[in-house]
Design a protein around this ligand. Structure first.
Ligand code: NDP
Ligand code: OXD
Length: 318
């Protein structure tokens, strides 16, 4: 063995790769504050190996080339797009765990709920024609809010909606205990959950089990005059079924933030439907400072051999 190899070699500086369709510079500026000595690189084919990667929808080539990663950080909560890639089975995948998204989700859902139940959409239309008309007041008990998915985001939303004194139900894989929320779990309890829901909020991850879950049959089990708020993924919803149920009057309306095809194509009927509100996948944005702080904390923990939360269970798909 040559003498030089016995000498102590200091560990190389942390190497962090960034792969997303957004300007990396602000991310590097924030990461530099956390790791002044790190090597930060915007990934392109042929880039040197990194220890950690921060990604959103990276190409397969990224994984084919970056084979020395110790962990992969997703710049969002949902990992459905990421899990379509062929990723080394031992590589830990870490999703964003709130990082400022939960309160945004609560704002979005409460806004959509209140806009519908307090008829602000009607008043906006009335104001445009100078009509002064007072409809009958809302009875909260007639608007039970059912939340699909009681995870990091769903629980924050449930608490916000419960604080507005709406009856709140939630459906998840495992049973939960959240103050003010009636918990339902598993496929067996889905019909009971749907039958008692009038405003349906979707906050499920997109997995083989949840894809197309919101269709004519399931949405048809909601209380009559139901309202759909989809803030999870477009592929949860059979869009033609939603249109048919809106036309039949079973659905009173919908607030949709996510779609099977994004951007929503200009010819899509949702754009012009009078009872559909469309937003461009903005219900909860990835916030740079919160995200970098969360990821940096987890990189430090991993480097120190400590456990972290937010690890994706690939067998569950979320
Ligand atoms: P979590 O993983 O924390 O929560 C997921 C919840 O869904 C859990 O309660 C889980 O049950 C439940 N669930 C999963 N699979 C099933 C199933 N088959 N049947 C019943 N319940 C199920 O995710 P988050 O709350 O952090 O995020 C939820 C989703 O929100 C993301 O996956 C993403 O798609 C979407 N999102 C959308 C954004 C937007 O701007 N529109 C922004 C951020 C996220 P259990 O608790 O028992 O495991
Ligand atoms: C997410 C998203 O999953 O932005 O975080 O949709």
């Amino acid at each position: 063995m040559p003498a030089t190899s016995l000498m102590h070699t200091p560990p190389h500086p942390l190497r962090i790769s960034f792969c997303a369709r957004t300007d990396p510079q602000p991310w590097f500026d924030a990461l530099r504050q956390e790791f002044p000595k790190a090597q930060l690189q915007a990934w392109s084919s042929g880039a040197p190996p990194a220890d950690y990667a921060i990604v959103w929808a990276p190409p397969q080539q990224f994984f084919d080339e970056q084979t020395q990663l110790k962990a992969l950080f997703n710049m969002g909560a949902g990992v459905d797009a990421l899990l379509k890639r062929d990723i080394a089975p031992q590589l830990p995948i870490v999703r964003l765990n709130d990082a400022g998204m939960a309160v945004q989700m609560a704002e979005y859902v409460c806004h959509a709920l209140i806009r519908h139940t307090r008829q602000f959409d009607v008043f906006e239309a009335q104001a445009r024609t100078g009509l002064w008309h007072e409809p009958v007041a809302l009875e909260r008990a007639r608007y039970p809010v059912g939340i699909l998915g009681l995870g990091v985001l769903g629980e924050r939303v449930a608490r916000a909606v419960a604080a507005l004194d709406f009856p709140v139900l939630a459906w998840s894989r495992s049973a939960k205990q959240v103050a003010g929320v009636r918990s339902f779990c598993g496929t067996d309890q889905l019909p009971a959950f749907l039958a008692q829901t009038r405003v349906l909020v979707n906050l499920l991850p997109l997995t083989p089990e949840t894809e197309n879950l919101l269709n004519r049959s399931t949405l048809g089990q909601l209380q009559s005059g139901a309202y759909l708020i989809n803030v999870a993924r477009g592929r949860h919803v059979m869009e033609d079924d939603v249109l048919a149920l809106l036309d039949s009057g079973h659905l009173a309306g919908a607030a949709l933030d996510v779609f099977r095809t994004e951007p929503l194509p200009p010819e899509h009927p949702f754009w012009r439907h009078p009872r559909v509100t469309v937003t461009p996948h903005i219900a909860a944005r990835t916030l740079l400072p919160d995200t970098v702080a969360q990821i940096a904390g987890k990189i430090r923990a991993l480097e120190a051999g400590l456990p972290i939360d937010g690890l994706v269970d690939r067998s569950r798909g979320y």
